[in-house]
Design a protein around this ligand. Structure first.
Ligand code: SF4
Length: 324
């Protein structure tokens, strides 16, 4: 199917094919690219899974890690040949992760990312269950990055995660406004509301969850659309949108992805967008803003969703506003 001259996928049908490639239901093993120390969320030990139902043009991983299709020339093929890509059951991966942390002295905070963790919901829930005692013992969290599609599609996921709400932090990509959605995701624009639907469900059940936009692809002409869409969720939601810097933007992979969908030439400067969004929020709330929300860099911000959204503390007292 073509939209705005671009080939786009249906992520549900595409995701089913990818799942068959990256997950073996006889052994309950999913392909994992690697364990590493990551910079996100104030530093974490990161599990990079393989396989996603989307094909975002700005994604920092090679398409082969998204589709699960190895070839001698692509990165999945090359890394599989080297033996670094391996299939794991949740228990095997939890044990390997704990060993990795012990041997490499990496943070006890764990991030599950790099593709779509909930592409295999049962496997990911089992992984969380296996990691939970270690995480609780160390008073840490598991951060999961998701595009939200499977959570929206399958309400059982949130029911099964209920017991782990205390240790879970879920980070959802909002992708983009309708006019740039297909360019950003290479997905049928009928799914453009997915990130917003997902956070609505998560906040409704009081999961600590955060919505993100990519600063370089967050266009000032779409601020109003975002503000209206976010305000429908909660009056504090515009204040809690997390702008992520595309610090990896110079990578060839990102450049060619964005060039292929026409986003490269219209990308924004992160700092310019942050300033513009801050000014927009100041007008929206009628208050001066000290700095923007960021769970990546400011640990204190992590409690804001619970304070403002679940406990309805007065928004005026939020530390992101300049206090007189
Ligand atoms: S949803 Fe995330 S992992 Fe999947 S393609 Fe998009 S950016 Fe990459």
């Amino acid at each position: 199917m073509k939209v705005q001259g671009l080939n786009v996928i249906d992520p549900i049908a595409h995701g089913e094919k990818v799942r068959e490639r990256v997950y073996n239901n006889l052994t309950n093993q999913r392909l994992v690219r690697r364990l590493r120390e990551g910079r996100s969320y104030n530093g974490s030990t990161t599990i990079d899974v393989i396989g996603c139902n989307m094909l975002c043009s700005y994604c920092y991983v090679d398409d082969s890690f998204l589709t699960g299709k190895p070839s001698p020339k692509n990165m999945l093929g090359k890394e599989s040949k080297k033996g670094t890509v391996k299939p794991y059951t949740p228990r095997e991966l939890a044990n390997e992760t704990k060993l990795f942390i012990e041997e490499n002295k990496t943070p006890k905070r764990i991030q599950i990312t790099a593709a779509e963790p909930f592409l295999t919901p049962e496997w990911t829930i089992d992984l969380i269950r296996e990691l939970a005692p270690f995480i609780r013992k160390n008073k840490e969290h598991i951060w999961i990055d998701t595009n939200g599609l499977d959570i929206v599609k399958n309400p059982e996921i949130l029911k099964k995660l209920e017991d782990y709400k205390d240790i879970l932090r879920i980070f959802i990509s909002s992708k983009n406004s309708p006019e740039h959605y297909a360019q950003m995701t290479r997905v049928d624009p009928k799914y453009e509301d997915t990130g917003f639907k997902c956070i609505d469900k998560l906040w409704d059940k009081e999961y600590s969850a955060y919505l993100q936009a990519i600063a370089a692809l967050f266009f000032p002409e779409t601020f109003e659309w975002y503000e209206q869409r976010l305000s429908k969720l909660h009056k504090a939601a515009p204040l809690l949108l997390d702008l992520d810097r595309l610090s990896y933007l110079p990578l060839d992979r990102i450049r060619s992805g964005l060039q292929s969908t026409g986003l490269w030439d219209i990308r924004q400067k992160d700092t310019k967008v942050e300033k513009a969004w801050q000014e927009f929020l100041e007008e929206h709330y009628g208050k001066e803003i000290e700095r923007l929300f960021s769970v990546d860099f400011f640990e204190k911000d992590e409690a804001l969703v619970r304070n403002l959204i679940f406990e309805n503390k007065p928004i005026e007292e939020c530390h992101l506003f300049k206090q007189s």
